[in-house]
Design a protein around this ligand. Sequence first.
Ligand SMILES: Cc1ncc(COP(=O)(O)O)c(C=O)c1O
Length: 395
Amino acid sequence: MGAAAGYIMEALKSASWIRKMFEEGIRLKGQYGEDNVYDFSLGNPDVPPPPEVGRALAAFAETTSKPMSIGYMPNAGYSSLREALARKLASEQKVSLAGKDIIVTCGAAGGLNAFFKAVLDPGDEVIAPSPYFVEYATYVSNHNGVFKSAPTKPGTYELDLEAIEAALTEKTRVVLINTPNNPTGQIYSEDQIKQLGELLGSRKPGGRPIFLCSDEPYRFLAFDGAVVPPVLSHYEFSVVANSFSKSLSLAGERVGFLALNPDMEDQAGLMAGLILANRCLGYVNAPSIGQRIVEQALGAQADVSIYDRRRKAMAEVLDAAGINYPTPKGAFYFFPDAPGGDDVEFCRALQEERILAVPGRGFGCSGAFRLAFCVEEKVIRNSAESFVKATARFK
Ligand SMILES: Cc1ncc(COP(=O)(O)O)c(C=O)c1O
């Protein structure tokens, strides 16, 4: 018998692709040197936080002589931050929001866990379009839910509403979308979101509404003037999860939030459930220092132009190797087709050329692979020859 519970053992298996690549990266870097390994395996935002973050931290240090400056707080977070977030979100989501509609959470991950804890009964189903962020399945099973996926449109990875409709059952409780998407970089159109809202609004399995949860930590990172459409204005039972892990490069400080549609039936009941879940899951509240930083730096963001230059560099490298991909509209990932068709085999060939990528099957989608371009531009450019060599094996 293993030391860990069965469902954790299962989760370890499915998360193992990213972990395997991470470990392989350490081994290869030890053997060939840091500069000779091209590691595109991890989505860890490396662009420095904007200067407002450092300034907020310094200003915060001046306040620590006051009692309770780093003390417990209401479980939903500082009310001044909730109000500031409501003002920002109102313009993004095209609904009128107040502080009471927002709960500050330990990142988007903590927010999604609190949400599933609050809404799932044992056996309830959560559907996510595939490919999907691999941790979703674990977040759902943490709270006795059943994770299911529905394919997106082949080639473009746009939402496939018929596939989602076909996956709905009497047990469906949540449809979970992620836009801009990890791993595809797709941004779902406003029309698709509106139609998804209409589809879900037409169903009430077992007399209960189906929630639409939109996970949006890459909302700030949209390229070529693309706009990430609102979700809250399109469906009554909608919830947005977001965080500052990427937008302020603050991933280690664990600050995110959930915003609830203000017009949702029994919205106050759901908010009370979320506040209790935040507490009883052991998060208690999102970190106080992080919340103070976020409040001061709310109008700022990491430099999107750096990511855009890297996106262009990566596109040039893939073009030169003859690898096909849908151009990412947002986030910091490419999800190209694996030459030869087998994602694991192609990632192995890449690895032999000292490139680390993650096979698509790790995201519930075989035949493609993920490249995270949150690495310096020179790493991307220096990898060009290795991509050509790995691809040549499949011609
Ligand atoms: C799609 C998606 N959702 C959620 C998360 C979790 O982010 P956070 O640091 O906000 O918990 C990530 C992190 O990479 C992500 O890519």
